[in-house]
Design a protein around this ligand. Structure first.
Ligand SMILES: C[S@@+](CC[C@H](N)C(=O)[O-])C[C@H]1O[C@@H](n2cnc3c(N)ncnc32)[C@H](O)[C@@H]1O
Length: 219
């Protein structure tokens, strides 16, 4: 199944995810705020503004559906959240879950705080700063859309994960290649799932079982 239009996006949220009108109206508000703010700062590519539901909202929401298994409960960390994707959408869809969103640009974290407050999302923690400087804490789910190449992403953020943490990494068309190029010293269960919003794009899904040992040490 694919979701390629705004009408299909809205339909998918209602029928497949079964979201209630209250959540739908929060997401509607997020889309409206994004359109307004994008005139002030370049939060998302201008060309995607006519397709906010498909390109950003469902593209984020699909992380709750695509892995085809029950997601672990507990805190969710979204790296390089930018305009709120996927972090704010997940927080709106799962109000019982604590979602931490991180971005290094002050204008973006200011926007994330304003948007979370306008949507009354009191399950969102906004952190301004570089992921590399974030306090170490273990999370149940880690997501990152368009944040960094896989090897670098894992290098800077493996410390937030245990073998029980589920990683959800929307990666575009390069997903299989990025996974194939990942250094063999990472032990993981990653595989690529097809994106609902773009059949050519992939989402890397799985867990990290171990981190590379420093060069020169034995397994
Ligand atoms: C291409 S944008 C993607 C934003 C959002 N995830 C999306 O898909 O729409 C990447 C974001 O990562 C942030 N970023 C880049 N390097 C970072 C770092 N080391 N720590 C935290 N945020 C970072 C940027 O400020 C930017 O907002």
């Amino acid at each position: 199944m694919t979701v390629t239009t705004e009408a299909e996006a809205s339909d998918w949220l209602k029928t497949t995810l079964g979201i209630d009108p209250d959540v739908l109206s929060r997401l509607d508000q997020l889309a409206a705020l994004l359109l307004e703010e994008n005139a002030r700062q370049n939060l998302v590519a201008q060309g995607t503004l006519l397709h906010v539901w498909q390109r950003h909202i469902v593209d984020s929401a699909q992380l709750l559906h695509v892995p085809r298994k029950t997601l672990p409960g507990g805190e969710w960390l979204d790296l390089g959240t930018g305009a709120g994707f996927p972090g704010l959408v997940i927080a709106a869809l799962q109000p019982e879950r604590q979602v931490t969103v991180v971005d290094s640009r002050r204008l973006r974290t200011d926007w994330l705080s304003r948007a979370a407050s306008a949507l009354s999302l009191d399950n969102v923690r906004v952190i301004h700063g570089r992921v590399e400087e974030l306090e170490t804490q273990v999370y149940s789910v880690i997501s990152a859309r368009a944040f960094a190449p896989l090897e670098k992403l894992l290098t800077v953020s493996a410390r937030f994960s245990t073998p029980d943490t589920l990683w959800l990494l929307p990666k575009g068309a390069g997903a299989p290649h990025e996974l194939a190029m990942l250094s063999e010293s990472w032990r993981h269960t990653f595989h690529v799932e097809q994106s609902l919003t773009d059949p050519a794009a992939g989402i890397i899904v799985g867990s990290l079982l171990g981190t590379p040992r420093p060069k020169g040490t034995r397994r």
